[in-house]
Write a protein that binds this ligand. Structure first.
Ligand code: UD1
Length: 339
Protein backbone atom coordinates (compact mmCIF):
# COMPACT_ATOMS: atom_id res chain seq x y z
CA UNK A 1 0.00 0.00 0.00
CA UNK A 2 1.29 3.42 -0.91
CA UNK A 3 0.36 6.44 1.21
CA UNK A 4 0.82 10.04 0.12
CA UNK A 5 1.52 12.18 3.19
CA UNK A 6 1.12 15.94 2.86
CA UNK A 7 3.09 17.94 5.41
CA UNK A 8 5.12 14.78 6.01
CA UNK A 9 8.16 16.70 7.22
CA UNK A 10 6.20 18.61 9.87
CA UNK A 11 5.90 17.70 13.53
CA UNK A 12 3.07 15.15 13.48
CA UNK A 13 3.62 14.27 9.82
CA UNK A 14 7.25 13.20 10.30
CA UNK A 15 6.40 10.91 13.22
CA UNK A 16 3.58 9.37 11.19
CA UNK A 17 5.89 8.78 8.22
CA UNK A 18 8.27 6.91 10.57
CA UNK A 19 5.45 4.68 11.83
CA UNK A 20 4.16 4.05 8.29
CA UNK A 21 7.61 3.02 7.08
CA UNK A 22 8.10 0.82 10.15
CA UNK A 23 4.79 -0.89 9.37
CA UNK A 24 5.89 -1.63 5.81
CA UNK A 25 3.85 0.99 3.95
CA UNK A 26 5.33 2.76 0.95
CA UNK A 27 5.32 6.50 1.57
CA UNK A 28 5.41 9.57 -0.67
CA UNK A 29 5.85 12.94 1.04
CA UNK A 30 4.65 16.28 -0.32
CA UNK A 31 5.71 19.29 1.76
CA UNK A 32 6.45 22.87 0.76
CA UNK A 33 8.83 23.37 3.73
CA UNK A 34 6.84 26.45 4.84
CA UNK A 35 7.10 25.34 8.49
CA UNK A 36 9.48 22.38 8.27
CA UNK A 37 13.04 21.63 7.33
CA UNK A 38 14.57 19.42 4.66
CA UNK A 39 16.85 17.96 7.36
CA UNK A 40 13.82 16.06 8.64
CA UNK A 41 13.77 14.08 5.38
CA UNK A 42 17.28 12.75 6.08
CA UNK A 43 16.49 12.11 9.73
CA UNK A 44 13.44 9.99 8.90
CA UNK A 45 15.67 7.94 6.60
CA UNK A 46 18.24 7.52 9.38
CA UNK A 47 15.59 6.43 11.92
CA UNK A 48 13.89 3.94 9.62
CA UNK A 49 16.76 2.88 7.35
CA UNK A 50 14.31 3.33 4.46
CA UNK A 51 14.17 5.64 1.46
CA UNK A 52 11.06 7.27 0.02
CA UNK A 53 10.27 10.00 -2.52
CA UNK A 54 9.87 13.61 -1.41
CA UNK A 55 8.28 16.41 -3.47
CA UNK A 56 8.84 20.00 -2.41
CA UNK A 57 5.47 21.24 -3.63
CA UNK A 58 2.44 23.15 -2.41
CA UNK A 59 -0.62 20.94 -2.04
CA UNK A 60 -2.82 23.80 -3.26
CA UNK A 61 -1.37 23.56 -6.79
CA UNK A 62 -3.62 21.11 -8.57
CA UNK A 63 -1.37 20.60 -11.59
CA UNK A 64 1.54 19.52 -9.39
CA UNK A 65 -0.66 17.20 -7.36
CA UNK A 66 -1.98 15.67 -10.55
CA UNK A 67 1.57 15.02 -11.78
CA UNK A 68 2.54 13.42 -8.47
CA UNK A 69 -0.56 11.20 -8.47
CA UNK A 70 0.13 10.14 -12.10
CA UNK A 71 3.66 9.14 -11.20
CA UNK A 72 3.16 7.66 -7.74
CA UNK A 73 -0.39 6.26 -7.86
CA UNK A 74 -1.01 6.37 -4.09
CA UNK A 75 -3.73 4.21 -2.50
CA UNK A 76 -4.42 6.68 0.31
CA UNK A 77 -3.74 10.23 1.49
CA UNK A 78 -2.94 11.47 4.99
CA UNK A 79 -3.32 15.24 4.93
CA UNK A 80 -1.31 17.17 7.53
CA UNK A 81 -0.18 20.19 5.51
CA UNK A 82 -1.87 23.26 6.99
CA UNK A 83 -1.29 26.52 8.79
CA UNK A 84 -1.84 26.05 12.52
CA UNK A 85 -1.21 29.20 14.55
CA UNK A 86 -4.40 30.43 16.19
CA UNK A 87 -3.27 34.06 16.71
CA UNK A 88 -1.96 34.37 13.16
CA UNK A 89 -5.24 33.01 11.82
CA UNK A 90 -7.12 35.86 13.53
CA UNK A 91 -4.80 38.40 11.87
CA UNK A 92 -4.73 36.72 8.43
CA UNK A 93 -8.04 34.88 8.05
CA UNK A 94 -8.01 34.73 4.25
CA UNK A 95 -4.53 33.28 4.19
CA UNK A 96 -5.78 30.52 6.54
CA UNK A 97 -9.03 29.83 4.71
CA UNK A 98 -7.30 29.80 1.36
CA UNK A 99 -4.41 27.52 2.31
CA UNK A 100 -6.24 25.14 4.63
CA UNK A 101 -9.39 24.72 2.53
CA UNK A 102 -8.02 24.86 -1.02
CA UNK A 103 -5.46 22.15 -0.20
CA UNK A 104 -8.18 19.71 0.91
CA UNK A 105 -10.40 20.50 -2.06
CA UNK A 106 -7.57 20.09 -4.57
CA UNK A 107 -6.60 16.80 -2.98
CA UNK A 108 -10.18 15.52 -3.20
CA UNK A 109 -10.42 16.60 -6.83
CA UNK A 110 -7.18 14.93 -7.84
CA UNK A 111 -8.00 11.82 -5.76
CA UNK A 112 -11.29 11.45 -7.62
CA UNK A 113 -9.52 11.72 -10.97
CA UNK A 114 -7.05 9.02 -9.94
CA UNK A 115 -9.61 6.83 -8.18
CA UNK A 116 -7.90 7.14 -4.79
CA UNK A 117 -10.59 6.81 -2.13
CA UNK A 118 -8.94 6.81 1.29
CA UNK A 119 -8.40 10.09 3.14
CA UNK A 120 -7.13 10.55 6.71
CA UNK A 121 -7.56 14.10 7.96
CA UNK A 122 -5.69 15.98 10.66
CA UNK A 123 -8.45 17.66 12.64
CA UNK A 124 -8.24 19.08 16.13
CA UNK A 125 -10.03 19.21 19.46
CA UNK A 126 -10.39 22.90 18.62
CA UNK A 127 -13.64 21.91 16.80
CA UNK A 128 -15.25 21.36 20.25
CA UNK A 129 -14.84 25.06 21.12
CA UNK A 130 -15.47 25.57 24.85
CA UNK A 131 -16.78 22.09 25.76
CA UNK A 132 -20.00 21.82 27.78
CA UNK A 133 -19.23 18.30 29.03
CA UNK A 134 -15.94 16.66 30.02
CA UNK A 135 -14.47 14.30 28.96
CA UNK A 136 -15.34 15.16 25.37
CA UNK A 137 -17.03 12.57 23.16
CA UNK A 138 -17.04 12.74 19.36
CA UNK A 139 -20.77 13.47 19.49
CA UNK A 140 -20.22 16.70 21.47
CA UNK A 141 -21.51 20.00 20.10
CA UNK A 142 -19.10 21.59 17.61
CA UNK A 143 -18.14 25.25 17.46
CA UNK A 144 -15.07 27.32 16.76
CA UNK A 145 -13.68 30.58 18.03
CA UNK A 146 -11.06 31.50 15.43
CA UNK A 147 -10.33 31.07 11.68
CA UNK A 148 -7.84 28.25 12.29
CA UNK A 149 -10.49 26.24 14.12
CA UNK A 150 -13.07 27.11 11.47
CA UNK A 151 -10.83 25.71 8.73
CA UNK A 152 -10.68 22.41 10.62
CA UNK A 153 -14.46 22.26 11.00
CA UNK A 154 -15.08 23.30 7.38
CA UNK A 155 -12.67 20.63 6.15
CA UNK A 156 -14.59 18.06 8.17
CA UNK A 157 -17.76 19.20 6.40
CA UNK A 158 -16.11 19.03 2.97
CA UNK A 159 -14.94 15.48 3.59
CA UNK A 160 -18.36 14.44 4.86
CA UNK A 161 -19.94 15.76 1.66
CA UNK A 162 -17.36 13.98 -0.48
CA UNK A 163 -18.31 10.73 1.30
CA UNK A 164 -21.99 11.37 0.59
CA UNK A 165 -21.24 11.93 -3.11
CA UNK A 166 -18.95 8.92 -3.48
CA UNK A 167 -20.00 5.73 -1.70
CA UNK A 168 -16.51 4.27 -2.13
CA UNK A 169 -14.78 7.16 -0.37
CA UNK A 170 -13.50 6.77 3.14
CA UNK A 171 -12.66 9.79 5.33
CA UNK A 172 -11.13 9.39 8.76
CA UNK A 173 -11.41 12.59 10.77
CA UNK A 174 -8.86 12.48 13.59
CA UNK A 175 -9.37 15.10 16.28
CA UNK A 176 -6.08 15.57 18.08
CA UNK A 177 -5.81 16.82 21.60
CA UNK A 178 -2.43 18.38 22.57
CA UNK A 179 0.50 16.56 20.94
CA UNK A 180 3.87 16.85 22.68
CA UNK A 181 6.98 14.68 22.99
CA UNK A 182 9.28 13.48 20.26
CA UNK A 183 10.73 10.33 18.71
CA UNK A 184 12.96 8.49 21.18
CA UNK A 185 15.97 8.93 18.89
CA UNK A 186 15.77 12.68 19.52
CA UNK A 187 16.22 13.21 15.77
CA UNK A 188 12.72 14.54 15.03
CA UNK A 189 10.39 16.59 17.20
CA UNK A 190 8.60 19.91 17.45
CA UNK A 191 10.72 22.77 16.20
CA UNK A 192 8.54 25.85 15.71
CA UNK A 193 9.85 28.92 13.93
CA UNK A 194 10.38 31.88 16.27
CA UNK A 195 8.91 32.14 19.76
CA UNK A 196 6.65 29.14 20.47
CA UNK A 197 2.91 29.69 21.02
CA UNK A 198 2.26 26.35 22.64
CA UNK A 199 3.06 25.35 26.19
CA UNK A 200 5.49 22.46 25.79
CA UNK A 201 7.93 24.01 23.32
CA UNK A 202 7.89 27.12 25.49
CA UNK A 203 8.70 25.17 28.67
CA UNK A 204 11.58 23.44 26.89
CA UNK A 205 13.07 26.75 25.68
CA UNK A 206 12.89 28.15 29.19
CA UNK A 207 14.65 25.05 30.52
CA UNK A 208 17.43 25.49 27.94
CA UNK A 209 17.68 29.21 28.82
CA UNK A 210 16.78 30.22 25.26
CA UNK A 211 13.78 31.98 26.80
CA UNK A 212 13.86 33.63 30.19
CA UNK A 213 10.61 32.78 31.90
CA UNK A 214 7.35 30.98 31.22
CA UNK A 215 4.21 33.08 31.46
CA UNK A 216 1.33 31.01 32.80
CA UNK A 217 -1.83 32.40 31.27
CA UNK A 218 -4.17 32.64 34.27
CA UNK A 219 -4.50 30.84 37.60
CA UNK A 220 -8.14 31.68 38.19
CA UNK A 221 -9.82 29.06 36.00
CA UNK A 222 -12.35 26.67 37.45
CA UNK A 223 -9.79 23.84 37.62
CA UNK A 224 -8.13 22.14 40.65
CA UNK A 225 -5.16 24.55 40.77
CA UNK A 226 -6.66 27.38 38.71
CA UNK A 227 -4.44 26.87 35.64
CA UNK A 228 -5.66 25.49 32.31
CA UNK A 229 -6.10 21.73 31.91
CA UNK A 230 -5.36 19.88 28.66
CA UNK A 231 -5.02 16.34 27.37
CA UNK A 232 -1.37 16.06 26.33
CA UNK A 233 -0.60 13.09 24.10
CA UNK A 234 2.75 11.71 22.96
CA UNK A 235 3.23 12.42 19.26
CA UNK A 236 4.32 8.81 18.63
CA UNK A 237 1.02 7.55 20.08
CA UNK A 238 -0.76 10.03 17.86
CA UNK A 239 1.22 8.82 14.83
CA UNK A 240 0.25 5.22 15.60
CA UNK A 241 -3.41 6.28 15.69
CA UNK A 242 -3.07 7.22 12.01
CA UNK A 243 -1.97 3.71 11.10
CA UNK A 244 -4.99 2.23 12.88
CA UNK A 245 -7.29 4.73 11.18
CA UNK A 246 -5.78 3.91 7.81
CA UNK A 247 -6.36 0.18 8.32
CA UNK A 248 -10.00 0.86 9.15
CA UNK A 249 -10.39 3.20 6.19
CA UNK A 250 -9.25 0.50 3.78
CA UNK A 251 -11.92 -1.82 5.19
CA UNK A 252 -14.94 0.51 5.36
CA UNK A 253 -16.14 3.48 3.33
CA UNK A 254 -17.83 6.56 4.82
CA UNK A 255 -16.90 9.35 7.21
CA UNK A 256 -15.78 8.55 10.77
CA UNK A 257 -14.66 10.77 13.63
CA UNK A 258 -12.16 9.84 16.36
CA UNK A 259 -10.70 11.65 19.32
CA UNK A 260 -6.99 10.98 19.68
CA UNK A 261 -6.21 11.84 23.28
CA UNK A 262 -5.23 10.02 26.47
CA UNK A 263 -8.37 10.82 28.43
CA UNK A 264 -6.35 12.46 31.23
CA UNK A 265 -6.04 16.19 31.75
CA UNK A 266 -3.03 17.94 33.32
CA UNK A 267 -2.84 21.55 34.43
CA UNK A 268 -0.14 23.99 33.33
CA UNK A 269 1.38 23.89 36.82
CA UNK A 270 1.39 20.09 36.84
CA UNK A 271 3.16 20.16 33.49
CA UNK A 272 5.84 22.53 34.78
CA UNK A 273 6.40 20.49 37.96
CA UNK A 274 6.56 17.22 36.08
CA UNK A 275 9.02 18.64 33.54
CA UNK A 276 11.27 19.92 36.33
CA UNK A 277 11.21 16.60 38.16
CA UNK A 278 11.73 14.30 35.18
CA UNK A 279 14.50 16.38 33.64
CA UNK A 280 16.01 17.71 36.84
CA UNK A 281 16.00 21.29 35.59
CA UNK A 282 14.36 24.53 36.72
CA UNK A 283 11.58 26.20 34.72
CA UNK A 284 11.06 29.71 36.13
CA UNK A 285 7.49 30.93 35.65
CA UNK A 286 5.20 33.82 36.48
CA UNK A 287 1.43 34.00 36.52
CA UNK A 288 0.02 36.53 34.06
CA UNK A 289 -3.48 37.26 32.78
CA UNK A 290 -5.54 34.81 30.73
CA UNK A 291 -4.78 34.44 27.02
CA UNK A 292 -7.68 35.57 24.84
CA UNK A 293 -9.67 32.64 23.51
CA UNK A 294 -8.34 30.08 26.02
CA UNK A 295 -10.68 27.67 27.76
CA UNK A 296 -10.43 26.23 31.28
CA UNK A 297 -10.26 22.52 30.52
CA UNK A 298 -10.27 20.17 27.56
CA UNK A 299 -9.72 16.42 27.61
CA UNK A 300 -10.88 13.52 25.53
CA UNK A 301 -13.04 10.51 25.97
CA UNK A 302 -10.91 8.27 23.73
CA UNK A 303 -13.02 5.09 24.10
CA UNK A 304 -14.43 5.24 20.56
CA UNK A 305 -10.93 5.03 19.08
CA UNK A 306 -10.19 2.09 21.39
CA UNK A 307 -13.41 0.23 20.61
CA UNK A 308 -13.40 0.77 16.85
CA UNK A 309 -9.71 1.16 15.95
CA UNK A 310 -8.09 -0.83 18.76
CA UNK A 311 -5.96 2.21 19.54
CA UNK A 312 -5.05 3.80 22.83
CA UNK A 313 -2.22 6.00 24.02
CA UNK A 314 0.63 4.03 25.63
CA UNK A 315 3.15 6.68 26.66
CA UNK A 316 2.87 8.48 29.98
CA UNK A 317 3.58 12.02 31.07
CA UNK A 318 7.19 11.25 32.04
CA UNK A 319 7.96 9.90 28.56
CA UNK A 320 6.52 13.06 27.03
CA UNK A 321 8.58 15.30 29.29
CA UNK A 322 11.82 13.39 28.73
CA UNK A 323 11.42 13.09 24.96
CA UNK A 324 10.44 16.74 24.43
CA UNK A 325 13.55 17.90 26.27
CA UNK A 326 15.88 15.33 24.73
CA UNK A 327 14.91 16.45 21.22
CA UNK A 328 15.73 20.11 21.84
CA UNK A 329 18.96 19.34 23.69
CA UNK A 330 20.07 17.24 20.76
CA UNK A 331 18.99 19.87 18.23
CA UNK A 332 20.94 22.55 20.10
CA UNK A 333 24.04 20.31 20.23
CA UNK A 334 23.75 19.82 16.50
CA UNK A 335 23.40 23.59 15.91
CA UNK A 336 26.49 24.26 18.04
CA UNK A 337 28.58 21.67 16.22
CA UNK A 338 27.56 23.22 12.86
CA UNK A 339 28.64 26.72 13.93
C1 UD1 B 1 -3.64 25.60 21.04
C2 UD1 B 1 -4.71 26.26 20.21
C3 UD1 B 1 -5.54 25.16 19.57
C4 UD1 B 1 -4.66 24.26 18.74
C5 UD1 B 1 -3.56 23.70 19.63
C6 UD1 B 1 -2.59 22.83 18.86
C7 UD1 B 1 -5.09 28.44 21.26
C8 UD1 B 1 -6.07 29.28 21.99
N1 UD1 B 1 -5.49 27.17 21.01
O1 UD1 B 1 -4.30 24.79 22.01
O2 UD1 B 1 -6.56 25.72 18.78
O3 UD1 B 1 -5.42 23.21 18.19
O4 UD1 B 1 -2.85 24.75 20.24
O5 UD1 B 1 -1.55 23.55 18.30
O6 UD1 B 1 -4.03 28.87 20.87
N2 UD1 B 1 -0.04 28.18 28.24
C9 UD1 B 1 0.61 29.00 29.15
N3 UD1 B 1 1.73 29.66 28.74
C10 UD1 B 1 2.23 29.56 27.45
C11 UD1 B 1 1.55 28.73 26.54
C12 UD1 B 1 0.42 28.06 26.97
O7 UD1 B 1 0.20 29.11 30.29
O8 UD1 B 1 3.24 30.19 27.15
C13 UD1 B 1 -1.23 27.42 28.68
C14 UD1 B 1 -2.50 27.75 27.94
O9 UD1 B 1 -3.17 28.82 28.54
C15 UD1 B 1 -3.25 26.41 28.04
C16 UD1 B 1 -2.15 25.37 28.04
O10 UD1 B 1 -0.97 26.06 28.43
O11 UD1 B 1 -3.94 26.33 29.25
C17 UD1 B 1 -1.91 24.74 26.69
O12 UD1 B 1 -1.71 25.76 25.71
P1 UD1 B 1 -1.23 25.43 24.22
O13 UD1 B 1 -0.08 24.51 24.25
O14 UD1 B 1 -1.09 26.72 23.49
O15 UD1 B 1 -2.45 24.58 23.62
P2 UD1 B 1 -4.00 24.96 23.54
O16 UD1 B 1 -4.29 26.33 23.93
O17 UD1 B 1 -4.74 23.87 24.23
Amino acid sequence: MKVLVTGGLGYIGSHTVVELLNEGYEVVVVDNLSNSSIDVYDKIKIITGKDFPFYEEDVCIEKKLDEIFSKEKPDAVIHFAAYKAVGESVEKPIMYYENNLVSTMKLCKVMKKHNCNVFVFSSSATVYGDPEVLPIKESARLSTTNPYGSTKLMNEQILKDVCISNKDFSAMILRYFNPIGAHKSGLIGENPNGIPNNLMPYIVRVATRELEILSIFGDDYDTPDGTGVRDYIHVVDLAKGHIKALEKAFQEAGVKYYNLGTGTGYSVLEMVKSFEKVNNVKVPYKIVGRRAGDIAACYADPTKAYNELGWKAEFGLEDMMRDSYNFVLKLNDEKRSNE
